[in-house]
Design a protein around this ligand. Structure first.
Ligand code: Z5A
Length: 216
């Protein structure tokens, strides 16, 4: 069935401000009388949230191998797309998703050096026709994002996050991969300056979303 509403994803390094902007955008769109669903990856369904817990917090003796991690992200995504995202879009509900396919390319492809062609095929297999209409990539120097995330992590006590614990060059590769996706798909992926203050960044978000809505 053809979709009736916008599917918008937010991407970027840690601490870029995705959650903050998603919350503001939800309020803005709802104030216009639109229906909005906020969701996230990995996760977004009860089963996919279980996979999230593994990929973020697993600390067992048995290694969690990079291909396993990749497949868990894709398994979570298949559940999420079929159970939550597609039904919402078919019901004319705008979907705002915190991370999606580009995170896999950036983190598992560039960060963990998994085969990029195979990974893109897996992304396509997991999402089928449900490609985002618009992706807002909030770009930020890695050090700034990690400082913000560290402040938040200390606050909510999340000391064991497997991905956040990666070294700085891992996060540099993630950032470079995101910017490469934006160069490759400039129509879908719009780069926004994450070093702007919250309000200025939100003005840039609104402009992109208003433009996309006017083209529906
Ligand atoms: N991952 C993956 O590897 N492969 C995949 O396929 C997928 C995901 C889908 C999910 O982590 C992890 O999964 C992620 C990638 C991986 N791991 N890493 N690293 P998550 O969901 O727990 O966390 P996150 O997505 O990285 O989000 P975050 O760190 O919470 O950041 P955020 O949502 O972008 O930022 P925020 O919470 O809105 O803001 C962070 C702090 O900065 C907060 O204190 C704000 O008040 C402050 N902030 C926000 N905006 C601003 C501005 N503009 N200026 C100053 N300060 C600001």
């Amino acid at each position: 069935m053809a979709r009736k509403a916008l599917f918008i994803t937010f991407e970027g390094p840690e601490g870029a401000g995705k959650s903050t902007q998603i919350k503001l955008l939800k309020e803005y769109l709802e104030s216009q009388g639109r229906k909005v669903l906020v969701t996230r990856e990995p996760g977004g369904t009860p089963l996919a949230e279980n996979f999230r817990n593994i990929v973020k917090h697993y600390q067992g003796e048995e290694p969690l191998y990079p291909p396993t991690e990749l497949l868990l992200f894709e398994a979570a995504r298949t559940q999420h797309v079929n159970y939550v995202i597609a039904p919402a879009l078919q019901n004319n509900i705008i979907v705002l998703c915190d991370r999606f396919i580009d995170s896999t390319e950036a983190y598992q492809g560039a960060g963990r050096a998994q085969n990029m062609d195979f990974l893109r095929q897996l992304n396509g297999y997991a999402i089928g026709e449900w490609v985002p209409d618009l992706t807002l990539l909030i770009d930020l120097p890695v050090e700034v994002g990690l400082q913000r995330a560290a402040a938040r992590v200390a606050h909510i006590v999340d000391h064991n996050d497997r991905l956040e614990a990666e070294k700085i060059d891992f996060h540099q590769r993630v950032r470079a991969a995101y910017l490469a996706i934006a160069r490759r798909e400039p129509q879908r992926v719009r780069v926004l300056d994450g070093s702007l203050d919250i309000e200025a960044l939100f003005n840039a978000v609104k402009q992109q979303v208003d433009d996309a809505l006017s083209e529906l």
